[in-house]
Design a binder for this molecule. Structure first.
Ligand code: GLN
Length: 534
């Protein structure tokens, strides 16, 4: 059977949670035991997300195969509980780059190379090849951006063309605003959005409507009238406590049955055992019954919560497993440079310093780490959080005044953290960090690392250019810092721990592999230490 395609578009504005809708549709199909994978189209001309600022674009997600991709990939992986590959990510940059290479090779000799048909054909071929290679029942294609943008127009046109040859269903995620002054929900923007899509030759078979609170019946009726869609195809997607609630919410509206019927698939049965398990995990995450534990995340991009989505989700997964009710206190690291840390951190039960780049806010993070060490607060450092844990230990325990990373002070006398030797010859910025999944070996069976992972060899995803400087291993260890995991050849420190209390940090990003069914081990042990501490 050839694969079927579900194309998820977004109308009116960005930030509506198209990624969550796409992931929920995938989850539902997975619960029906279909083989389903996503493709994400991003119209920007960057090759990938690697060079983007998380402040503007949200977290850069890293795949096993070194791909630096859009944060939606984190949502896909967390919903599907599957590791994806870079072939799911199709960007404007990759496409145009490929077309130009082909043109130079002479593959279009005699032709003038155009968006239609050359680019649109290229997109369709990629999508079909992806479906065939992975032997998929369904491909969910999320089109980044908003309908009407110039950037994603050629993707939408390619999908219209695909729908002439293959089985394609379009789902439009749209917004129903509520006017505060009149307290009423408004359908007009969606009516216009629908017309825009029809003008592009596309008639969505479903409207998923983002609202605050359920849509009123009158709005549904109105939308049905203006779009000629049956009311059952106009789906509610109100704000929820957790994104993981959406699949069940869609099922409650019979979305699954109507979707399959649209593809002429009748009498398909959901796998009730899988559904029960999923529901149970989601209920654990949204439950407010457990002990309240406050965790501080000290970062430099906290104003945009999307910058740390995977850290937040890894904490949620661990909280579900441990029946903890978690309260995340996002702390802008520069604040700790200006005020007394006691005032800011007094009521927290554990501290995380996540990944980051550049000098701004670094000293505030170090202040937070010092506060955790001196006050016996559980600490978890992620990538930059490990590098700074080593710097703080060097400064305050080993007495190496002014110790730093050469990323922040190239002239420091004590370059506790320095550029990876393999990076010295690197000239280009894009895709050149130490990326993707790498194995590490846990050396010490009495370590927190071993009691978290329960095995010696583990694999986590990475994204960094700097590392703990091996010249300082000896002095750090003599003063009590434990290097409990390294790469197999012992050349890179991968996990370090404080001699006392719960303080652990890793050069990796374990949050990227955390799943609702399988929370990241270091987050589990950190949160359980914080729970005991609260
Ligand atoms: N800036 C640091 C490095 O490049 C840390 C990177 C990170 O936290 N992902 O090594």
């Amino acid at each position: 059977m050839p694969a079927k395609f579900i194309v998820v578009l977004g109308s009116i504005m960005s930030g509506l949670g198209k990624g969550v809708v796409s992931s929920s549709i995938m989850k539902i199909l997975d619960l029906y035991n279909f083989k389903v994978l996503p493709i994400k189209f991003d119209g920007y001309l960057n090759y990938d997300c690697g060079t983007m600022n998380p402040y503007r674009h949200g977290e850069v997600f890293v795949l096993d195969d070194k791909g630096e991709v859009d944060m939606d990939f984190g949502t896909y992986e967390r919903f599907l509980n599957t590791s994806l590959t870079s072939s799911s990510s199709i960007t404007g940059g990759k496409l145009f780059g490929g077309i130009i290479e082909k043109e130079r090779r002479g593959e279009y000799l005699g032709e003038d190379v155009q968006v239609i048909p050359h680019l649109t054909n290229e997109i369709q071929e990629k999508v079909k090849e992806f479906a065939d290679r992975n032997k998929l029942d369904f491909v969910i294609i999320e089109v980044g951006g908003t309908v009407g943008d110039i950037e994603n127009g050629y993707f939408i046109e390619a999908m219209r063309q695909l729908s002439l040859k293959e089985q394609v269903v379009f789902v439009d995620v749209t917004y129903i605003p509520r006017l505060k002054t009149v307290g009423e929900q408004k359908s007009k923007p969606t009516q216009f959005a629908f017309r825009t899509l029809m003008g592009m030759g596309i008639i969505p078979q479903f409207l998923v409507c983002r609202t605050d609170g359920e849509m009123s019946d009158s709005i549904k009726k109105k939308l049905s009238m203006f779009t000629s869609l049956d009311e059952s195809r106009i789906i509610n997607d109100p704000d929820m406590d957790s994104p993981y609630q959406l699949p069940q919410y869609l099922i409650n509206q019979n979305f699954d049955k109507i979707l399959l019927e649209t593809f002429n698939m009748y009498n398909k049965k959901i796998n009730t055992e899988k559904l029960e398990k999923w529901r149970d995990n989601v209920n654990r995450i949204i439950s407010k019954d457990g002990k309240m534990v406050t965790i501080a995340v000290i970062g430099k991009y906290v104003e945009l919560k999307d910058s740390y989505v995977s850290v937040r989700e890894a904490l949620m997964h661990a909280a579900g497993k441990l029946s903890v009710n978690i309260n995340i206190k996002w702390i802008e690291s520069e604040l700790l440079e200006k005020s007394n840390p006691e005032n800011i951190l007094r009521e927290v039960s554990g501290i995380i310093v996540p990944g980051g780049f550049g000098k701004r806010g670094i000293e505030g993070m170090i202040t937070g780490i010092k506060y955790a060490r001196e006050n016996d607060l559980p600490y978890l450092g992620l990538c930059l959080g490990m590098q700074l844990m080593a710097v703080e230990f060097a400064r305050d325990v080993c007495n190496l005044k002014g110790a730093n990373s050469t990323e922040f002070n190239p002239d420091t006398k004590y370059n506790i953290v320095d550029i990876l030797p393999s990076q010295l010859s690197v000239k280009q910025k894009g895709g050149t960090m130490r990326l993707g999944s790498w194995e590490m070996v846990i050396k010490d069976k009495s370590s927190i690392a071993f009691s978290s992972y329960h095995k010696k060899t583990v694999s986590e995803r990475h994204r960094h250019r700097y590392e703990l400087n091996n010249k300082f291993r000896k002095i750090l260890e003599e003063n009590g810092l434990k290097i409990t995991a390294t790469t197999k050849d012992n050349k890179l420190a991968e996990i370090i721990e404080w001699p006392n209390g719960f303080g652990i940090a890793t050069q990796a990003h374990p949050e990227l592999k955390s799943r609702i069914e399988d929370p990241a081990p270091l987050f589990l042990s950190f949160l359980s230490a914080a729970k005991n501490n609260s």
